[in-house]
Design a binder for this molecule. Structure first.
Ligand SMILES: Cc1cc2nc3c(=O)[nH]c(=O)nc-3n(C[C@H](O)[C@H](O)[C@H](O)COP(=O)(O)O)c2cc1C
Length: 174
């Protein structure tokens, strides 16, 4: 049995997960309904990035047993440029803190780009983004990372960077 699990608040990570499930024939579940994942051979996790954390990922992988019996692929979905090395390093540092070491060391990791629609953000997220934005715009230019730049450029807008072709390398890795 194989599965695609997603952690998505506003739907972009879910869109990638649905496409993967359609292309692979793997079962599809959200992290809330995934339950015990030890029964699955291949586990693909697609999670949205929120303040450096991957939504739902910690919960799903915390009780994994015998890593060698599984193939694990994890893809993050965020606003910042997924090709930017500094951004990738930051994301991976965060993932290392959220995952058991044997999962982090054995998983194949990919980074995808999502989107944002400020008109759909909940109050908490809107407030967080407003605080982050006000801090970010005052940073000196050399301190603006890809993550900060993406946030400034997209602030209060609706942007969609979802590109289903960016799943091709992940499918090949299967
Ligand atoms: C409060 C908040 C925090 C975020 N933090 C990050 C982040 O740390 N890195 C990043 O690349 N994107 C970040 N984003 C952007 C989301 O990852 C992006 O909108 C993603 O596509 C959301 O996925 P979803 O639609 O599946 O929920 C953040 C967005 C919000 C609202």
């Amino acid at each position: 049995m194989n599965i695609v699990i997603y952690g998505s608040q506003y739907g972009t990570a879910k869109k990638y997960a649905e496409e993967l499930s359609a292309r692979t024939g793997f079962e599809l579940k959200s992290y809330e309904e995934a339950g015990d994942i030890n029964a699955y051979t291949t586990i693909i996790y697609i999670g949205a990035l929120y303040a450096g954390g991957v939504m739902g990922m910690k919960k799903v992988f915390k009780n994994m047993k015998d890593i060698s019996a599984h193939k694990i692929i994890i893809a993050t979905v965020g606003l910042a440029d997924p090709e930017d090395k500094e951004n990738i390093d930051t994301i991976r540092r965060g993932m290392k803190n959220q995952l058991p070491p044997e999962v982090f060391n054995n998983a194949m990791i990919f980074h995808l780009r999502g989107g944002i629609d400020y008109s759909k953000l909940g109050f908490k997220h809107k407030t967080m983004m407003n605080l982050l934005y006000r801090k970010a715009v005052n940073l000196p230019e050399e301190k603006k990372t890809a993550e900060v730049k993406a946030m400034i450029e997209t602030y209060n807008r609706q942007v969609d960077f979802v590109d289903l072709h960016s799943l091709d390398p992940l499918i090949q890795a299967l």
